[in-house]
Design a protein around this ligand. Structure first.
Ligand code: PLP
Length: 400
């Protein structure tokens, strides 16, 4: 009998660890590393939010809270879903956990049995298939590659659904591609889902505020209200309010599901940090004007990065609608050799050689289920991005 659980044995180690580890070692050796591999805003948490946390501490709001969140935060979450997403919900339909990831974990852990299937569009955020496997269920991958703008087409969804499908996981705007579904595109998916009433939808809207070019964000329960009874709409303050370390995620969904998630959370983390919850109340109820400023900064970075990567490099980079990632194809450069003499057979060879020869750290597409690509996070300063793009261009020019 082994010591470690069989459940853990089903989970793959993080595919991004090798590259991050290498980048750390190189930085420790004094090399000039530009890490564009992380997925968090480079801004600080706004002052008014930090002040709210300080006030909470001083007022003694430092004790256990309700498992599913303090009443004030659940009210703020409900108001946010009504205001921004047109969802007809009250605080009783809302739930708070320690980050968006814990919401997903709770929802899947509370519902999945061995043999169940979860449709995961590819490329995907790395945690979806691993959490599904941890729960003993099977991810069923549906292609959403560059040919459809990295979006799941209704036909691909239809083909992926079986009698065993319990969930579809949607993520818009997407990590790793930045693709964001329009209301019309979601309507196409909703039509398929209306024909399959046994399928629940988990929509991960954590990048909601980062949609560019004046486009509007849309979420599936808003586009097709009939799906609301089987949709878990997940969101959080990590990416929107530069609060990754505070660990607050929230959602709205069917009450029996939220009750099951509450039961699970009561036997794991109990509740999200009380101080962080008070900070999140301020994040959701307080001033939001800075979000538009941040959005403009990110959009300008996106434009600079996309133009630089497409400038005669042999890379092919679509212009994403949102989030802070680009997901270019390096397919045309594979099979060739870098200036440093590395044969570039795979996307992993590409990012490893790029790191080795230029100090720019990216993540290979295979980590997200789609080989022949890489992910670049432009949540970094303009100066770093400009330098990184220059180095990537030089690296590509040296390949033959
Ligand atoms: N969902 C997506 C698509 C993400 O990219 C991330 C973070 O990288 C999360 C969820 C997790 O968010 P949180 O930090 O709130 O757990």
């Amino acid at each position: 009998m082994g010591f470690l659980s069989e459940a853990l044995g089903r989970v793959a180690p993080s595919a991004t660890v090798a590259i991050s580890q290498k980048a750390r070692v190189m930085a420790a050796e004094g090399k000039d590393i530009i890490a564009l591999s992380a997925g968090e805003p480079d801004f600080n948490t706004p002052e008014h939010v930090r002040d709210a946390a300080k006030r909470a501490m001083d007022a003694g709001k430092t004790r256990y809270t309700n498992v599913d969140g303090i009443a004030e935060l659940k009210e703020a979450v409900a108001a946010k879903f009504r205001r921004d997403n047109g969802l007809d919900v009250t605080a009783a339909d809302c739930f708070v956990g320690s980050g968006g990831k814990q919401i997903i974990f709770n929802a899947l852990m509370a519902t999945l049995n061995p043999g169940d299937e979860v449709v995961v569009p590819v490329p995907y955020w790395v945690s979806y298939p691993e959490i599904v496997r941890l729960c003993g269920a099977e991810p069923v991958f549906a292609v959403a590659d560059a040919s459809t703008g990295f979006k799941l087409a209704p036909e691909a969804l239809e083909a992926a659904i079986s009698e065993k499908t319990k969930w579809l996981i949607l993520n818009t705007p997407s990590n790793p591609t930045g693709a964001a579904y329009s209301a019309e595109e979601l309507k196409g998916l909703a039509e398929v889902l209306m024909r399959h009433p046994h399928v629940h939808i988990l929509t991960d809207d954590i990048y909601e505020v980062l949609v560019y070019d004046g486009k509007s964000f849309a979420t599936i329960a808003q586009v097709e209200p009939e799906l609301q009874a089987r949709t878990l709409t997940m969101n959080g303050v990590s990416k929107s309010h530069a609060m990754t370390g505070w660990r607050i995620g929230y959602c709205t969904g069917p009450k029996p599901l939220l009750a099951a998630m509450t039961k699970l959370q009561s036997q794991s983390t109990t509740n999200a940090s009380s101080i962080s919850q008070w900070a999140a109340v301020e994040a959701l109820n307080g001033p939001q004007e800075f979000l538009a400023e941040w959005r403009e900064v990110f959009q300008a970075r996106r434009d600079m990065v996309v133009a630089g990567l497409n400038a005669n490099t042999g890379l092919d980079c679509l212009t994403p609608e949102g989030a802070f990632y680009v997901f270019p194809s390096c397919q045309r450069l594979l099979g060739k050799t870098s200036a440093g003499g590395t044969k570039l057979d795979t996307d992993e060879d590409f990012v490893m050689a790029l790191l080795e020869e230029t100090g720019v750290a990216l993540v290979h597409g295979t980590a997200f289920g789609l080989p022949g690509h890489f992910r670049l996070s432009y949540a970094a300063s303009n100066a770093e991005l400009e330098e990184a793009v220059k180095r990537i261009q030089q690296f590509c020019a040296g390949i033959n």
